[in-house]
Design a protein around this ligand. Sequence first.
Ligand code: AMP
Length: 420
Amino acid sequence: MTIFQAPKGTYDLIPPDSAKYLAVREAIAAPLRNSGYGYVETPGFENVELFARGVGESTDIVTKEMYAFETKGGDRLALRPEGTASVLRAALEANLHKSGNLPVKLWYSGSYYRYERPQKGRYRHFSQVGAEAIGAEDPALDTELIVLADQAYRSLGLSGFRILLNSLGDRECRPVYREALQGFLRGLDLDEDTRRRVDINPLRVLDDKRESVRKQLVGAPLLRDHLCDACKAYHEEVRELLTAASVPFEDDERLVRGLDYYTRTTFEFVHDGLGSQSAVGGGGRYDGLSEMIGGPALPSVGWALGVDRTVLALEAEGIALELPASTSVFAVPLGEEARRALFAVVTGLRRAGVAADFSYGGKGLKGAMKSANRSGARYALVAGERDLADGVLQLKDMESGEQAPVALDSAVEEIRARLA
Ligand code: AMP
């Protein structure tokens, strides 16, 4: 029988590489935890309508990429393609917005699903860490989120990324711009699909990557020239606060992003070492989303950073994370009596917070020492019958090869002290 393989567009995280993913998630979460964001976890699937209304009926995510299905009970659900709609739904459902303590600041980490054409950096099952600040309109809040993402990437040692920044306007000025853009786009030579997009979501046409479309977009009206005074002032404040925080950014008037809910501040983190899938993270303000999914007006802002692409960015920059050693002490028992004694010591070490492992399966000295080597342990703890008779264990430094006896009775304390 052939063995099963992971479905197309998915992959398994396996040691030792999997440790990098954990470290990246942790590094992204750390600045959030430190800035008033509380952890939120939502289901892996939701009512399909939440995404249709929230993310947008005309987006690729909803029309082409969503894993939607009907349950035996007749519910229409979808695997979550992104986090924001779910998190906002959860906050509304729990009435967090009525706590009198706005903004509600939440962070999350999880798996997301999009039926995309797989390639390096683009998967059907991928991992994001995200943050949402719900219920406040304040340029400092938009800035906070960008600064925290920048801090997260820098804490990992990354430097080859850029922050692209734009404003998408609000319900005042965007419709006026939309019409001007539609007028321009209708004069171009476009295929039927794109012409339909011009009617439903003309801003998205600006994001078209095809050269045949791109070259016609030169001279398209820019949202920048249509922003109302309030949006202009808001955007200017975000730019100034970012500058004051020493976070460099680039103005990108064509940045629109693939989700419909964004208003005003929109940003993307791109990494130049990643080829075509260069966006490592992105986000923005979504002042209208709450109302779109049936809630009250709750101006909000958030981002999601891709864990998979952040790991690729680390590899592109040749950064090896300093990961904590998974095992400090590896126990090698020689004989039945030593097995019991060492097992007790390993248990004691673990209870004392020392990472310890044990040679299982009755291996001989050679095989067990090989395991000790592979574990990356700092010390091997070896004992045979004679050692036990003398009331000692042999502690071998795996780097220098030096070996010294430690008293069985005080082994845990002594080893702990040496490691400290
Ligand atoms: P989005 O939710 O589309 O704004 O994406 C936010 C971030 O998630 C992107 O910048 C990517 O880093 C990551 N991402 C989105 N889609 C995928 C995917 N199919 N595979 C891997 N990472 C993804």
